[in-house]
Design a protein around this ligand. Structure first.
Ligand code: HEC
Ligand code: HEC
Length: 311
């Protein structure tokens, strides 16, 4: 980061205060802005960032990010690079990341936060049959799904060192996983359906009151938080574009710092609002769920049909 670049960021943050953001929020945002530049840090700074993370991390973490356990591990440099790629994705891989998100915009806290699709155990959960692709996917296929859909980008070649580093970090986070890779807080919560159908109009009021301060009144992101819709956001083919998935994520993880303060109804309403806004298309979406039966919250028609029931 250049001195003038950091000066601009400080000015942005001060503007945020002037606009009424709480002091705690600014401190939080500052940490996040610094984290976006993880890739440009030296390995030494990276190590201390990771170990201080381990010390200050909330007890609910599924696995401690204790970098000291990497001493003497021959994969150490690869694991550290993988971590940096997931936390500074577009800075590090501009050819493959197509929007303003990084992997850890959603896989929160470096991919270890429970109920935010943690990567802990994920290496033991693949290969896995997935109904969206209708085939058995490798971990690398799943990583590339998020590159194309969540980051509106391109598939990383399997032989690219960046793919190996990403997988090395996920394997390291999965080192103590039980067979099958099942961990507490895996994937997303199953948030029960709310009393009344999700309503985007009501959701827009929740957005203005609870989300706009960080994500911007126009949802296009601020220096403190990434965009929720528009050309720099996730595509319509992303898991987050499904209302149930977004509601579960939002209920457990947002507003950042005041998690689980929305009712299930508010989470569904704001998810419906966010996902009703324009966002990048995903060209191959009609080929999803090739064997039929897409989940009910998939917002586009698919071609696949399920075989007729046996007579
Ligand atoms: C816009 C939010 C978002 C972003 C950004 C994102 N993902 Fe995901 N990711 C998801 C969701 C949602 C799921 C699926 C959760 C579910 O199974 O219901 C998922 C699932 C995954 C899984 C499988 C997890 C498991 O437990 O089976 C992997 C691996 C993954 N993502 C990797 C990545 C990588 C690598 C990046 C960056 C290139 C990335 N993701 C960026 C939202 C995101
Ligand atoms: C205090 C600031 C703050 C507030 C308020 C907040 N968020 Fe976030 N949100 C964040 C940050 C920061 C991230 C990205 C985390 C990271 O990069 O480590 C994020 C990520 C997200 C993501 C995944 C990434 C993306 O941009 O698509 C969604 C979806 C989301 N927030 C929705 C919401 C919704 C809906 C609300 C209101 C109910 C909300 N947030 C309120 C700070 C906030």
């Amino acid at each position: 980061m250049t001195p003038s670049g950091s000066g601009t960021r400080v000015r942005h943050l001060l503007l945020g205060v002037a606009l009424g953001a709480a002091a705690a929020l600014v401190a939080f945002g500052w940490t996040r802005v610094r984290e976006r530049h993880a890739i440009s840090r030296t390995a030494r700074q990276e190590r201390s960032a990771l170990s201080s993370h381990a010390i200050t991390g909330e007890p609910a973490r599924a696995a401690p990010l204790d970098i000291r356990s990497l001493a003497g591990d021959p994969r150490r440099e690869s694991i550290l690079r993988g971590h940096a790629l997931l936390t500074a994705t577009s800075d590090s891989l501009p050819r493959y990341a197509g929007n303003a998100l990084r992997c850890t915009s959603c896989h929160l806290d470096d991919g270890v936060r429970p109920h935010a699709m943690p990567f802990v155990g994920v290496a033991a959960r693949f290969p896995q049959y997935r109904s969206r692709s209708g085939k058995v996917d490798q971990l690398e296929d799943r990583v590339n799904d998020c590159f194309e859909r969540s980051l509106a980008g391109r598939r990383l070649p399997l032989a690219d060192p960046a793919m190996r580093d990403i997988v090395a970090y996920m394997q390291w986070l999965s080192r103590d996983a039980a067979p099958g890779g099942k961990v507490r807080g895996q994937g997303l919560d199953s948030l029960p359906l709310p009393p009344t159908s999700p309503h985007a109009g009501r959701g827009s009021a929740v957005f203005a009151a609870r989300c706009a301060s960080c994500h911007g009144g126009d949802g296009q992101g601020t220096p403190v938080a990434p965009p929720l819709w528009g050309p720099r956001s996730y595509t319509i083919g992303a898991g987050m574009a499904r209302v149930r998935a977004a509601a579960a994520f939002i209920h457990a993880n947002m507003p950042r710092g005041a998690e689980r303060t929305l009712t299930a109804q508010q989470a569904f309403d704001v998810a419906a609002y966010v996902n009703s806004r324009p966002r990048p298309d995903f060209a191959r979406k009609a080929d999803d769920w090739p064997k039929g039966n897409p989940p009910p919250d998939v917002a586009y028609p698919t071609r696949g049909t399920s075989p007729p029931p046996a007579p």
